[in-house]
Design a protein around this ligand. Structure first.
Ligand SMILES: NC(=O)c1ccc[n+]([C@@H]2O[C@H](COP(=O)([O-])OP(=O)(O)OC[C@H]3O[C@@H](n4cnc5c(N)ncnc54)[C@H](OP(=O)(O)O)[C@@H]3O)[C@@H](O)[C@H]2O)c1
Length: 238
């Protein structure tokens, strides 16, 4: 395993949930951290927590579905951190409902956030990684993207598209020593899964954000000749 100390990572949606857990875990490895989101209060509090670990931390507030805002925000973080080596494409929304009940505007918003958000953030970080000659991009899809399901149409379709986009990114960018990792986690106890009714109420039975964060850390720590192209994680006995 390699050391990640001194690297810089940007984590979209890093103010809460899985993004925050990954941000804290990577900070423990000695990585400087930039986080993004819409809720400035959460971002500020998380940045303070990360600084307490002893690494540099910064935040940028923007909507991941707005291309120009993403570009400006990512570039601002790269400047503040003095570079970027790792992008965790984590920001996403889980809007669930039947095809009949979900208005088309909601459908478009899910796609704008979950699919275009991943694309915009990756395109904003890519020139920096290309200039450096190496880097890592972790795109967080979902097991929902592997198979559609009732009340999941928009979310599952957006995540299926993320899987496909991420595979194409991997095929193109591995030639520049950029590892693109596509992750398809199952249910993890966060606001999204709890509010979306994806657990049976007993959240202790399912994966916790720190399980996910340790998994991401370990994949990034693999020797640079090794690339986990895609992987799933499930609760053992939910
Ligand atoms: N939890 C699960 O069971 C599970 C399973 C599989 C995959 N995932 C995926 O894992 C990722 C993180 O999920 P989570 O469970 O941590 O969800 P969460 O607790 O609801 O957090 C979502 C994160 O995304 C950010 N975000 C949402 N919409 C945004 C927007 N328009 N612009 C900027 N930031 C936005 C939020 O930041 P603000 O609040 O600051 O806007 C927040 O940090 C998502 O992509 C999700 O689809 C989750």
């Amino acid at each position: 395993m390699i050391s990640l100390k001194g690297k810089a990572a940007i984590i979209t949606g890093g103010g809460r949930g899985l993004g925050k857990a990954v941000a804290l875990q990577l900070a423990l490895e000695g990585i400087d951290i930039g986080i993004t989101g819409r809720n400035e209060e959460n971002l500020k509090a998380t940045v303070e927590e990360i600084r307490g670990i002893g690494v540099k931390a910064a935040y940028a507030v923007f909507d991941i579905g707005a291309e120009e805002e993403v570009k400006t925000g990512i570039n601002q973080l790269v400047t503040e951190l003095g570079g970027v080596d790792i992008l965790i494409n984590n920001a996403g929304i889980g809007d669930f409902g039947t095809l009949e009940s979900m208005p088309s505007q909601k459908w478009e918003q899910v796609f704008r956030t979950n699919l275009f958000g991943v694309y915009y953030a990756a395109m904003a970080v890519f020139p920096h990684l290309k200039a450096k000659g190496e880097g890592d991009i972790v795109n967080i899809a979902s097991t929902a993207g592997l198979k559609g399901g009732s009340t999941m149409s928009a979310y599952a379709a957006s995540k299926a598209a993320v899987i496909s986009l991420s595979q194409s990114m991997m095929a193109e960018w591995r030639k520049q020593n950029i590892r693109v990792i596509t992750l398809t986690p199952s249910t993890i106890a966060t606001d999204m899964s709890i509010q979306g009714g994806l657990t049976d109420g007993d959240t202790d039975k399912v994966l916790q954000p720190e399980d996910f964060a340790e998994w991401v850390r370990d994949m990034l720590k693999m020797n640079r000749r090794a690339l986990v192209a895609s992987a799933s994680i499930f609760s053992s006995n939910p």
